[in-house]
Write a protein of this length. Structure first.
Length: 168
């Protein structure tokens, strides 16, 4: 009986011990938040000041994913962006034309640079590289510049040059 009481006392002490600490958040590192400068509700203009569209960038799923919702008259699309297990940023873009672009990249000199390998319908189905560079500006705006290469990165041609300004 004494042994049973000792066993019960030991069991009571063990049960009263603090539960194990929860694991740290999965996406808490600075690298996981390197693209947070793009989060917000934006009015987007071309380099000559014309309205290009509107964009809403949200942080989701515990801060692990950025979701983009793009709209302009007659066109809409969006992307999911994540720092993946391979240590690189991935963006999957889809839109109402049925396009899918899978960009991969990361931070380079304070800019987010993402590149996709595509087949360009505009250039007779030739393989192409499409690059997007996102630059946070000192005034809080973000520049999104995109260019295209048909010679595996030897030369590049501008596709667009947008500025994202916070919507009021």
């Amino acid at each position: 009986m004494l042994a049973s009481l000792a066993a019960l006392a030991l069991l009571a002490q063990t049960s009263a011990a603090a539960p194990p600490a929860p694991p740290p958040p999965a996406c808490a590192s600075a690298d996981h938040h390197a693209f947070d400068f793009w989060i917000g509700k934006w009015t987007v203009t071309t380099k000559d000041g014309r309205h290009a569209g509107d964009s809403l960038i949200e942080s989701l799923y515990g801060g692990c994913v950025l979701r983009e919702n793009w709209s302009q008259p007659g066109f809409a699309g969006g992307s999911l962006n994540i720092l993946a297990e391979d240590g690189r940023w991935h963006q999957a873009w889809t839109d109402q034309s049925g396009a899918l672009r899978e960009f991969v990249g990361g931070m380079e000199g304070g800019k987010m640079v993402l590149v996709a390998h595509v087949v360009s319908k505009r250039f007779n189905n030739r393989p192409a590289l499409v690059r997007m560079t996102f630059t946070p500006n000192p005034d809080g705006s973000v520049r999104q510049y995109s260019d295209l290469s048909l010679d595996d990165g030897e030369t590049w041609t501008e596709r667009y040059d947008f500025t994202y300004r916070r919507a009021g």
